[in-house]
Design a protein around this ligand. Structure first.
Ligand code: ARG
Length: 215
């Protein structure tokens, strides 16, 4: 009992700091992932074949390789290039690059889910292609895009645990630090798991609430 109180007093802050960084990574990833993903989706839907090919290669390659490998490549690759990025910056970049590919497919799928008839109707009413996209297609596409982006947010909370391998401070990494410092291999992992669950569960409930408001 005494020992356990010592555990929380000693290591509680590690977990809290880890959880905060995990949320920071997830927020940054959703933000920059959405920017990259939107650009890629527009490239893929454009009539420029070069833009299409580049976007396709990016999306296929990123989705076809593990985030684990990508994180290492960004971290050590930038070192070879002479850039001295912190694990935090390298990790955030790797996550954004990775998430962008998935977000691109979310956005493209959302836009494609709107029936062609909607475009045709808008065009026959005299709207330009870009006006039709902006006022008719996108508002309807958002219905599918929004929940999927929410899922991506939840996924990013969990996937950021991969960044522990490059030594980025986040929840999983802090868990391994506590494992080493406390000589307890099991308890820190249970704490980490519970904290991840609290974050993902709360977030998905929150997103569901917002979604209901939207509809
Ligand atoms: N576990 C996958 C990997 O190792 C990453 C999946 C990322 N998914 C996402 N929706 N951002 O590549």
């Amino acid at each position: 009992q005494d020992q356990d109180q010592g555990f929380w007093a000693k290591y509680g802050n590690y977990f809290i700091r880890g959880a905060i960084y995990t949320l920071v990574f997830a927020v940054l990833t959703v933000l920059f992932g959405t920017i990259i993903g939107t650009l890629l989706a527009l490239m893929k839907l454009s009539r420029n074949w070069l833009a299409k090919v580049v976007a396709n290669i990016y999306i296929e390659f990123i989705r076809g390789t593990p985030l684990l490998v990508q994180a290492f490549i960004v971290f050590f690759g930038t070192q070879i290039l002479g850039l001295d990025l912190s694990a935090f910056v390298a990790g955030a970049i790797a996550m954004a690059i990775n998430s962008g590919a998935y977000v691109a497919e979310i956005i493209r799928g959302g836009i494609n889910s709107v029936p062609v008839g909607q475009t045709e109707a808008a065009r026959s009413l005299g709207l330009h292609q870009s006006q039709a996209m902006r006022y008719v297609i996108l508002p309807q596409a958002m219905k599918n895009i929004w929940p999927a982006l929410g899922n991506e947010f939840v996924t990013d909370i969990k996937e950021s645990s991969v960044l522990s391998v490059i030594g980025a401070t986040e929840l999983m990494f802090e868990g391994t630090v506590v494992q080493g410092a406390s000589f307890k291999p099991f308890l820190p992992l249970v704490v980490v798991a519970i904290l991840y669950f609290i974050m993902t569960f709360t977030l998905s409930r929150l997103l569901r609430l917002i979604e209901k408001r939207f509809n």
